[in-house]
Structures are given as C-alpha cells and as structure tokens.
Design a protein around this ligand. Structure first.
Ligand code: LLP
Length: 420
C-alpha cells in the first residue's frame, strides 16, 4: 500500500501532483511519501506487538536521507548502521545512541571508537578478529562494548546472489558451528559485554522458510551458549523481508513474518531486534523522470530515452532488477518499448521489451518502488551530478536533498601545479 495514486488523470504523491514537483525541482528527482513511510513503520511494529520485548532498528543503508531518518525516529525506530557516516546521520536525525546497532564486516578502528564514544546500543561483530580489536579499543576507553556475535547460518535465502549474505561462502558473520566457541572466548575479554547473537541472511526475500530455518539454527545456538553458562539476552534477527516490484506480485506480509517469529522464538526469553530496510521505505518512494526522446530501433520496438540513468537508480543495471514504469499522465494507450537512460553503456537499461503507458518526448514518468536502495546508491558517473530528493506530506512538499550539480563535484578536484 502506498500514497502514489492517479487523481484526475495525473499521478500524485499524496495530494501533490508530480508535475508540480518536476516544475519546481526539475527531473530526475526522488519523491518520498511521508504518510507511506509512517504507515510501513507502524505496520511493521504492529506485526511484532505480540513479542514480549522487541527493538526495531531501521537499516539506514536502505535510505539514509535525514528527513527519512527523522520520520523513523518519530515513529520510535532506532537505526542499524554500517559506517561512521551512517552512525553520524542516525544521531543527526535525533536517534538515541542506545537505539543504534552497528553492523558490518569491515568496521575500522576509527569507526569503532566513534561508536564507543557515541555510546551506541550494540555492536554486531562479524569475526573473532573484530571482537578482539573492539575489546582492546573499549578497554582503552574504560568501557565494555555491548556486543552481539553475527553468525552465518549457511542458509540459502533464495534471493539474488549479490544480496545473499547467509551462505557459508559469503563474507558475513562467523560459521555457526564455531560460534559458541568464539562467543565464549570473546565473553572472557573485559572490553566486551557479550549479550547476544545476530543473523541476517539476505535482502528482498520472497519466502519465510529460509528465515525460519536460520532463526531455528540461531535458537539452537542460544541454547548451546547458555548451556555453557554464558548469558544471551538479545537476539538480532536482521532484515530482509522483500517487497513487490511488479504490480500483482505477492510477498509475505509483516503480519505473517511477525507470527512466524513469535512461533519460532516463543521460548527464547530474549529481547528480539530487527533491522528492516526495504519493507519500510521501498514503495514509499519513486524516481520521477522525463522522457528526453523516443528513438526508432532496428526492429519495431523504440527506445524510450529518459533523463534518469543507471547512476541515479543502479538496481536494474546492477541486479537486473525490475521497477514498474508508469506515465504521470497516462493517456490510456500502451506501447512496447525499451527504457534506457542517457549513459554511454548498454548496462544503462531499465527495461527491454516492456509494455508501458504510451509516452512522448517531454512526458513525465516514474520508476516505482525506488524508496529503498535508490538515491543512496547513486553515483556521478558521466559527470551527471547527484539527483535531488523531495518529501511530500499531504499537500505540501520539501526538497530534502539538493541536487548536486556536476560543477559542485569538480570544484573539489585540483589540477596540480606540475601539470601546468
Ligand atoms: N541488516 C543487515 C546486516 C543488512 O546487511 C541489510 C541489508 C539489512 C539489515 C536490511 O535489509 P532489507 O530489510 O533492506 O532487505 N542494494 C541491494 C540491497 C542490499 C542489502 C544489503 N543489506 C538492492 O538494491 O537490492
């Protein structure tokens, strides 16, 4: 469910016609709906209401825009961060440090110290080596770092290979069969407060079974660690719940997910933590673009060339991902087309042989479900700058990220004297 609907023949974001945003801010531009973000945060929290103790940390990587993070903060969510930059954003958005979880396989010493000095709630450590290093840094600051050990359960998440994280060959977490030993050794370090375990097997999951299998294995690990006389008070179940990208696709609902979690964890007696990203913000955003040209091709299917490109929305080029493409003012007729951006490589293709609303040069159109892993994965390739972001709230909207023009990027570059 989202708040991007046709009103009087024109696609609106809540009550704002998209043409008004294009006119004021230009295209391409990401448009987020506050009401949709809030709704998804509430639906996710409500789905967990039956659990005795839970904490939801929004995966900042999905959409780190400060205004989006503020909406999450107002809804009572914390943050799952994976870099010093994301940690700074979460705090800048007003999140309480104790509501922040720091994940990631390659935290640097500087980032770990940043987390310690900020007083974050939990480090999800991904290797014994990282734990030893964090213990030393924390001890030097006179602290005990609250930690969960991320395990790799060797479960196939049945999603795209590039976003699967829970198979043995993936770089994430420690092998589950060695986890109890590592947990015990790390628990002996004075700089660490080992309080839990964590798992995240991948993103855009379309089925609950792989999650259930991973959580089942985590439950056995918790029992094994406790049997060794150590304490486990927290279990972080990660994110990963997928969303439909094509009209008509059906995915497990947050309610079904919550019910499965409640069943599997019924006897865990631990605070459960969650790191949802896409399911909260995915369909709360779209990428508004303008058709530059419609070009005849070698067969009958034209190229619809839009002003957005793979640098603005990388998912199709990177994962072969599908984003629905709709005209802002559909005229009722349809056409078959290839949808491409202006960038000089064939990978800059959003869709091949797609049946779409008929469009002409100058028309506005949208790529839907672009609120997660959209703007945040942008680059300035082909010196195109960075796209602007707008948030809509009822009948008003605000620019929540300025467009960064190519000149602003080249202003940070220098030609050394010795090239004169
Ligand atoms: N927690 C951890 C440790 C993660 O690595 C991720 C995502 C999440 C939570 C949030 O997962 P979500 O609920 O959003 O599925 N760029 C890719 C997605 C990469 C996901 C990386 N990790 C894409 O555009 O599909």
């Amino acid at each position: 469910m989202n708040h991007f609907e046709l009103i009087g023949g024109e696609l609106h974001a809540e009550n704002v016609p998209l043409s008004a945003i294009a006119e004021a801010v230009g295209t391409p531009v990401y448009v987020y709906s506050r009401a949709t973000l809030e709704r998804h945060a509430r639906v996710f929290k409500a789905a967990l209401a039956g659990l005795p103790r839970s904490h939801v940390a929004f995966a900042v990587k999905a959409n780190p825009n400060l205004a989006v993070l503020r909406v999450m903060q107002r809804e009572g969510l914390g943050a799952d961060v994976v870099s010093g930059g994301e940690l700074a954003r979460a705090l800048a958005a007003g999140m309480a440090p104790q509501d922040v979880v720091f994940s990631g396989v390659g935290k640097t010493a500087t980032e770990m110290v940043q987390g310690l000095e900020s007083g974050i709630g939990q480090f999800n450590i991904e290797s014994e080596e990282e734990g030893v290093e964090l213990a030393a840094l924390a001890a030097a600051l006179g602290q005990r770092a609250p930690c969960a050990l991320r395990v790799n359960p060797d479960v196939d998440a049945r999603t795209h290979a590039k976003i699967s994280t829970g198979k043995a060959e993936n770089k994430f977490g420690v092998p589950i069969d060695r986890a109890a030993g590592i947990y015990a050794r790390l628990s002996a370090l004075p700089g660490l407060d080992m309080r839990g375990v964590a798992v995240h097997i991948g993103s855009q999951l379309s089925q609950l079974e792989p999650l259930e299998e991973a959580f089942g294995k985590l439950g056995e690990l918790i029992a094994e660690i406790r049997a060794a006389g150590l304490s486990v008070t927290h279990a972080d179940l990660g994110g990963g719940l997928g969303v439909p990208y094509k009209a008509g696709e059906v995915f497990p609902s947050p309610e079904e997910y919550g019910a499965m979690v409640a069943r599997v964890t019924a006897r865990w007696d631990a605070t459960l933590m969650f790191e949802p990203g896409r399911v909260i913000c995915g369909n709360a955003g779209l990428l508004l673009t303008r058709v530059v040209r419609v070009k005849r091709s070698s067969n009958n299917t034209p190229f619809v060339i839009v002003d957005a490109a793979m640098n603005d929305l990388a998912r199709p080029a990177m994962y072969g991902a599908w984003h629905d493409f709709d005209a802002v003012r559909p005229n009722g007729s349809r056409m078959a087309a290839h949808i491409v951006g202006p960038i000089c490589e064939t990978g800059d293709t959003f869709a091949m042989d797609r049946e779409i609303d008929a469009v002409e040069p100058g028309d506005l159109a949208v790529f839907r479900t672009a609120g997660a892993y959209g703007a945040t994965m942008a680059s300035s390739y082909n010196s195109r700058g960075f796209v602007a972001e707008v948030m809509v709230d009822g009948d008003k909207f605000a620019v929540v990220a300025d467009r960064i023009v190519p000149e602003a990027i080249s202003a940070a570059e220098r030609v050394p004297d010795w090239l004169d």
